[in-house]
Design a protein around this ligand. Structure first.
Ligand code: 4NP
Length: 163
């Protein structure tokens, strides 16, 4: 069995690549090799603004400083086929969530789409705020929220291991 997770934000250069790489890091650290290999993480943006770009330098620097991880990947746009290709689609904020659902007018994939912050247990914010036009505090907050949510996601993945 393969379980596929897709993290989605607006530009796919700040929040969602950070989420993808943090999740991969936690999976590698916390799960057995065999189970870890069965989980796939990817990310995408609802916009086409930054297609082909590397993760934002400020986001990469914050991930390196706070977690010691390097962000990899190139931005791509979310596409309709992602609904079939992924088991769980995690939107960073309400706008991303609504924009994803607009591509599924019949609602057949709605159950696969969730807000990332639903998986937080330490933070009460309902969205991962867009850090792009702000200062370093926003990038730090993104990392803190994503670590919390990714830990929650990891707990729900563990229940799959028993299946
Ligand atoms: P992200 O951040 O959605 O977390 O990748 C943004 C990146 C770029 C823009 C907005 C948000 N932009 O407007 O170009």
């Amino acid at each position: 069995m393969t379980y596929k997770l897709l993290f989605v934000c607006l530009g796919n250069i700040c929040r969602s690549p950070a989420a993808e790489n943090i999740m991969e890091h936690l999976i590698e650290q916390a799960l057995s090799d065999r189970f870890a290999k069965s989980i796939v993480c990817d990310s995408a943006g609802t916009s086409s603004y930054h297609i082909g770009s590397s993760p934002d330098r400020r986001m990469s620097a914050t991930a390196a400083k706070k977690l010691g991880i390097k962000l990899h990947g190139r931005a791509r746009q979310f596409q309709k086929s992602d609904f079939q290709d992924f088991d769980l689609i995690l939107a960073m904020d309400q706008d991303n969530y609504q924009d994803i659902l607009l591509l599924d007018p019949t609602g057949q994939y709605k159950k696969k789409v969730r807000l990332m912050c639903e998986f937080c247990s330490k933070h009460t914010l309902k969205e991962v705020p867009d850090p792009y036009y702000g200062g370093s505090e926003g990038f730090n907050q993104v990392i803190d929220l994503l670590v919390d949510a990714c830990e929650g996601l990891l707990t729900s993945l563990r229940s799959l291991e028993e299946c």
